[in-house]
Write a protein that binds this ligand. Structure first.
Ligand SMILES: NC(=O)c1ccc[n+]([C@@H]2O[C@H](COP(=O)([O-])OP(=O)(O)OC[C@H]3O[C@@H](n4cnc5c(N)ncnc54)[C@H](OP(=O)(O)O)[C@@H]3O)[C@@H](O)[C@H]2O)c1
Length: 271
């Protein structure tokens, strides 16, 4: 049985679908309930309350773990006690490139490495689905606002992260590996807004924000340290953050999906 945390999220929801379709028994953990495929065991749980996860972990073989909650050792201890032998951690590119800002994922990576479990770490860069932040302004006024409009980064489709996670959870041969996950090519925020316009068949205006405007907006839903790290990646990416990684293609045997492909499949959110 595989336990999936974050089962209501962009990656987790798709991962639950893929594992179920492959015939795996799945326990989906989240604080909210969600509509999930038939046969999935849904357990309400909070990663901030590891003791409360005992029921979710009971009889599990593998765990897809999100960076959430403050005590990764306690989460992994509860998982081990329930029978988990393999853990796949959804970390973040920043844990490798800017650990001074991304302390939370870096602490989870450290705990996973010391857990005594068979571990694999996934380090994605920015997600295509971060463009959902534009849904309201595109629906209401055909406008997308972002800072650093002409800086390109190879954002990744969360569905590709889910497919990589499903493969690693089910197959052997990925123990002790850290995979850097990116999309197929860098795109700029201006190009992403245009791709959504193309998917809608109606142009979307791009409005460049100042760093301060973006900072104020991001502080509403991210801790300050992560905001500073994210602004640094978006505005002054390091070579390692601009680079397209071969890992998705190596694991899935196909190229990662482009932003335009994601926009086409998710156009309804912007209509
Ligand atoms: N977006 C990016 O660009 C990016 C880049 C690199 C890494 N990441 C990492 O990828 C993760 C997943 O991204 P996503 O787009 O799938 O996120 P998402 O759609 O916002 O989903 C987050 C999931 O985490 C669950 N969650 C949050 N806090 C929890 C807690 N304390 N206990 C249990 N579940 C909790 C939420 O479920 P409930 O609210 O229902 O509990 C939800 O299912 C992010 O959390 C981040 O660490 C994101």
């Amino acid at each position: 049985m595989i336990v999936v945390t974050g089962a209501t999220g962009n990656v987790g929801r798709r991962l639950v679908e893929l594992l179920t379709a492959a015939g795996e028994r799945v326990t989906a953990v989240s604080r909210r309930t969600a509509e999930l495929p038939a046969g999935v065991r849904q357990v309400r749980g909070d990663l901030d309350d590891p003791a409360g996860l005992k029921d979710a972990f009971d009889g599990a073989d593998a765990l897809f773990l999100l960076v959430a909650g403050q005590d990764p050792q306690a989460i992994l201890g509860a998982a081990r006690a329930g029978g988990v032998r393999r853990v796949v951690l959804l970390s973040s590119q920043g844990a490798g490139t800017r650990p001074e800002f991304y302390r939370h994922p870096a602490a989870f990576e450290d705990a996973v490495r010391r857990s005594g479990l068979e571990w694999t770490i996934l380090r994605p860069g920015g997600f295509h689905s971060n463009a959902y932040a534009w849904a309201e302004s595109i629906r209401g006024g055909r406008t997308a606002a972002a800072p650093f409009g002409d800086v390109g980064l190879p954002t990744i489709d969360p569905a590709d992260i889910a497919e990589v996670a499903a493969t690693v959870l089910r197959e052997g041969g990925h123990a002790g590996r850290v995979y850097e996950l990116t999309g197929p090519a860098p795109t700029t925020p201006r190009e992403r807004a245009a791709a959504i316009g193309a998917a809608l068949g109606a142009p979307v205006r791009f409005a460049e924000q100042t760093r301060e405007e973006a900072r104020a907006q991001m502080l509403q839903f991210m801790p300050e340290q992560v905001v500073e790290g994210t602004l640094a990646i978006l505005g002054e990416p390091l070579d390692a953050e601009r680079q397209v990684s071969p890992d998705v293609e190596r694991i899935l045997g196909r190229a990662p999906r482009s932003f335009a492909d994601w926009a086409g499949r998710n156009a309804a959110a912007f209509r």
